[in-house]
Design a protein. Structure first.
Length: 291
């Protein structure tokens, strides 16, 4: 019945029924579907779900056992803007995985087994604003230019990973970055990391959980907060000489000494030759005068 009390036309009721049936058919097994959204949270999925509607904008795969994201199947979801893959088994190589979802704005890969991030991992996500790769304990390296194409990136979280170093240019060259999670990592606070710590104190980026952004090595700086350790690193790195510096200075001194010795020897030889040549010239003049 229509709101006016009149019977609905059979054709309209048939179309509505077909639409609802079509929506149920297109929803992946063990997932729930709403308008432009597919939610497969906690369904113990072993693989990327099949038959996802092509117009899906939001896909949630959280808390499953998915170990691989197929680039081809993802590329069919060209309108996808939100992808939540936290708490899965994703790891190893994700290069070129997201090549077909260029509209993606939000990506959560936290609580997985990622090992590295290269330029090819996220380089095609030109619209990415939020990227969460925290809680990946095997994540040991992020390439210097890993986010070079992600200029819209505003929120980046790399907390609780295996990172010990992060090149300053990796985050400094992100013009829209406002939120950077760095807590509970095994940061190695040596002279190479001084530039990054200085950038932290001078940037306008917000660092949540700042009390847990501390040095892990060397032993003398362990558990010290990042900003507080800057002054000590400045002193250690810019005023004190290390063993290799002394070796370098010794080599420079030896080279200068050797060059000076050779120069003095050459000057002495030249002086002797000149003296001998002058003496022979004077003797020749005296013989001519005697004759």
């Amino acid at each position: 019945m229509s709101p006016s009390g009149r019977p609905r036309p059979l054709s309209l009721m048939f179309l509505l029924g077909m639409g609802m049936a079509s929506e149920r058919i297109n929803c992946p097994s063990r997932c729930s579907c709403q308008y432009l959204e597919v939610n497969c949270t906690g369904q113990q999925l072993q693989e990327f779900p099949a038959a996802i509607p092509l117009d899906t904008r939001q896909l949630i795969l959280a808390a499953n056992n998915v170990s691989y994201l197929p680039a081809v199947e993802l590329s069919f979801l060209a309108d996808l803007v939100y992808l939540d893959c936290r708490k899965n088994l994703l790891g190893d190589d994700l290069d070129f995985t997201f090549i077909g979802v260029a509209k993606l704005v939000y990506l959560d890969l936290s609580f997985n087994n990622l090992t590295q991030v290269t330029f090819s991992t996220f380089s095609h996500l030109l619209s990415l604003v939020v990227l969460k790769i925290s809680d990946n304990p095997n994540l040991l390296a992020i390439e210097k230019d890993a986010f070079a194409n992600n200029t819209w990136l505003r929120h980046l979280d790399v907390s609780r990973t295996g990172l010990t170093f992060l090149d300053t240019s990796t985050v400094r060259d992100l013009p829209n970055l406002r939120f950077l999670g760095l807590s509970d990592n095994l940061w190695h606070c040596n002279c190479s990391f001084l530039d990054f710590i200085t950038w932290m104190t001078e940037s306008n980026v917000h660092f949540p959980d700042a009390d847990n952004i501390t040095c892990y090595t060397p032993e003398g700086l362990r558990a010290l907060k990042m900003p507080a350790v800057e002054a000590q690193l400045h002193f250690n790195c810019l005023t004190q000489l290390h063993k290799q510096d002394y070796i370098f200075l010794c080599l420079i001194g030896f080279c200068i000494f050797f060059a000076g010795t050779v120069a003095a020897w050459l000057a002495g030889v030249c002086a002797v030759i000149y003296k001998v040549h002058t003496s022979k010239g004077e003797e020749g003049e005296e013989e001519e005068e005697d004759t």
